[in-house]
Design a protein around this ligand. Structure first.
Ligand code: CP
Length: 335
């Protein structure tokens, strides 16, 4: 895959070689993320960060990634502050913003809206989540995290066993992650969800077509046993018709330290795309796991910066120029 000038709107664009190229480059970003050295490779470049739906990690890590490469970021958040509320089309907005920026990171509540927007853009558009459809950069950072964590534990077994737990119908991160993992050899998927929130048939078929083993269960205890990774998710209450309907499922699956100790295999890696819903009625990933060394959630969110740096470097064609544009770091913000 030739990345330069490409939009990153769907994980479907990636074959195994392309995913591995992103993951290898992301690993090279570690010294920049750790502030051991700086980069000016995107000096003079501007990112337009267009988030029309709430976000903490994706929005800030896209911005952090662009800054760490030496570029500048222009922020627009909320539909209410943009001219889309005056009836402007996604195409027109994309044409206009392309005149102001060198790359665009975008989140929007409607499925396929980011690919629609990208048709009007003349600079690379990176999908930060389009409704319940996809979250391709999250899938890449999740994949990076899975291999990084397995390496940390010295695990090289095959197949890789992963339980995806919760709202698999509406969770865009689990859609994109299942799709990207399906291009790797030998994955064993266990989909743990209530019947009404099960993984969409199209994604199951894709995993099946790639000859992976697939298990289904509605039972958390059954689903989390004998896994390498347990990937918890939040009930996507914003995608339900009513809060009452979402509340039927919030709190249905809760992973706590005592459940982990009793049922999970030793060194099961715990992931979650975040945000976790820490309100009492939900609490799908208990705070009492915070001291568990296999709780990877904050390493996972930090890996988002590395992966997004790699993607910017690739789509803007500077991936081979990093060494030439290194600068020393003179401050210290971390212990
Ligand atoms: N994982 C993720 O997409 O988080 P945000 O919604 O905070 O961006």
């Amino acid at each position: 895959m030739d990345f330069q000038g490409q939009h990153i709107v769907s994980i479907e664009q990636f074959d195994l070689q392309a995913v591995e190229a992103v993951l290898q480059l992301a690993a090279q970003m570690t010294p920049y993320v750790n502030r051991q050295k700086g980069s000016r490779v995107l000096d003079g470049a501007s990112l337009a960060s267009l988030f029309f739906e709430p976000s903490t990690r994706t929005r800030v890590s896209f911005a952090s990634a662009f800054h760490l490469l030496g570029g500048k970021v222009m922020e627009t958040t909320g539909m209410g502050t943009s001219s889309l509320t005056k009836g402007e089309s996604l195409f027109d907005t994309a044409q206009v913003i392309s005149g102001y920026a060198d790359a665009i990171a975008m989140r929007h509540p409607q499925a396929f809206s980011v690919s629609e927007f990208a048709k009007g853009a003349t600079v690379p558009v990176l999908n930060g989540g389009d409704g319940a459809n996809e979250h391709p950069t999250q899938a890449l950072l999740d994949t990076f995290t899975i291999f990084d964590e397995l390496q940390r534990l010295g695990k090289a077994q095959s197949p890789i066993r992963i339980a995806l737990v919760g709202d698999l119908k509406n969770g865009r991160t689990v859609h994109s992650l299942s799709r990207v993992l399906s291009i790797f050899p030998k994955i064993e998927f266990t989909f743990v969800a209530p019947n009404a929130l099960t993984m969409p048939e199209k994604i199951v078929a894709q995993c099946d077509d790639a000859h992976h083993r697939i298990n289904f269960t509605q039972d958390l205890i059954q689903g989390i046993q004998n896994q390498d990774i347990v990937y918890m998710t939040r009930v996507q209450e914003e995608r339900f018709e009513t809060q009452e309907e979402a509340d039927l499922y919030r709190g249905k699956y809760r992973l706590t330290q005592s459940i982990y100790d009793k049922y999970c295999a030793p060194n099961t890696i715990i992931m979650h795309p975040l945000p976790r819903d820490s309100r009492l009625e939900a609490n799908e990933l208990s705070d009492d796991l915070n001291k568990n060394p296999n709780l990877a959630i904050f390493r996972q969110s930090q890996n988002g910066v590395k992966v997004r740096m790699a993607l910017f470097a690739l789509v803007l064609g500077v991936d081979k120029q990093l060494a030439q544009h290194e600068v020393a770091i003179n401050w210290r913000s971390r212990q």
